[in-house]
Design a protein around this ligand. Sequence first.
Ligand code: FRU
Length: 502
Amino acid sequence: MTEQTVEPNLSEQLRRAEAANAALRRQLNPRWYPTFHIAAPAGWINDPNGLCFFQGRYQVYFQHNPASARHHLMHWGHVSSEDLVTWRREPIALAPTLEADRDGVFSGSAVVGDDGRLYAFYTGHRWRNGVNEDEGNLQVQCLAVSEDGVSFEKRGVVVEGPEDLLHFRDPKVWRTGGTWWMVFGACSAERRGEVWLYRSENLLDWEFDRVLFRDPDPEAYMLECPDMFPLENKWVILYCPMGPREDGFRARNTHNAGYVVGEWEPGGEFRQLTEYRPLDWGHQFYAPQTFEAPDGRRIAFGWMGSFEIPVPTQAEDAWCGQLTVPRELTLDADLRLRNRPVAEIERLRTGSRESGPFEVGLNDDVVLLEDAEAYEIELEVDLARTTSERVALKLGLTRDGSHTLVAYDDLLGRVVLDRHAAAHGDRGQRGAPFPGGDRLRLRVLVDRGSVEVFVDDGAESVSSFAFPAEGPRAAVLSSESGSIAVESLRVHRLRSAWEETE
Ligand code: FRU
């Protein structure tokens, strides 16, 4: 262990983790630290874990290294909220203490048992060679139980893995028809990415049901963070295939997250009805997890981050990564998922300005904001009366000309997020297919270090990091070689998501 030593007493290990994090917080540089997104108080964050509504509050746990801005020795960090948009920081919930989770308390989920306690399932992770993934992992599914969602008691391993499987992780538990079900991802002996299904009557004793799903793509050798849930009268399997890396817009990232839709009855096979489709087309969208809100909505958080590509905040700012805003998932009649910010996001709005209809003339620029760090733009354009090649938003535009471009590109037939003029961090372009029609509807959420674009009420989305330069950060609407017929434009400033002003 390079950064911490693991000790068997959970409260002592958590005390050390908090102390390490407090030291790191003193070095935090907030220039790109999110205003209205969940991020670690300092250090590293990845997957959302254990999403649930428990004891009157939304609980969000997350993969967390409290001791540095790099992925190492995972803990579960924790925040909670009454309204899904205003968050309170909670103590770190889980830390490695057992032989089975020696090298990390990896991803998992949480459900409320019939006894009113919270049951958190996670992967106990060990490197086979003790240092890295080169010879694979030793992974098992573990349980920890909590009375209050804040402090947990570990109950140890509930699902052992076959000795020879190199990947075996990320349990997601739910109840259907009186039975508890658990899916997780596995790399089969033939190196194929699979979702395995287990069942239980009491949350403690689990038995193998079947291999529920195998990715038809032979290049997919592991399916990380599978989630399975009903929508309309179908079942969705959301997962993150490791391996495929096509050219084009579909799977350019090393890490992608998408879904298939099918039919399933408890005790039966999953019948796949659709092909794999990305849930989000951006550079940074991974490991989404969902839960059912008390009012029945299916809500997802994703992780915006990167394992392979260095992130500028890692080197100098003492933190790395954030979650997406919470998004409501719905299923259209053509079996495509829609993901849009939950309605509660509107509570973050402080000042709003509305304009339109108006025209942006030939090769013209309209300044929407002179200087803003956290805001939302809602734009509706009549494409039938628009001749501009792109309907372009320059975001985080600073005096040096650097910016992130979000644009409907009429030639490509896509809504792109283009970072070729980025001041800091990784560059490159991503883009979602434009659903078609004469009406362009964009909703763009901009935070200090990220941009999330929703096309046509969540029919598609594109989420990426965007790290602007110093100085006032403007937002500008630009036409290119033509004019833009704006139907309506709304610009909202957004407040901090943290209970205490930070
Ligand atoms: C996905 C993932 C999971 C794993 C966790 C470790 O991002 O690799 O499969 O449980 O992160 O932090």
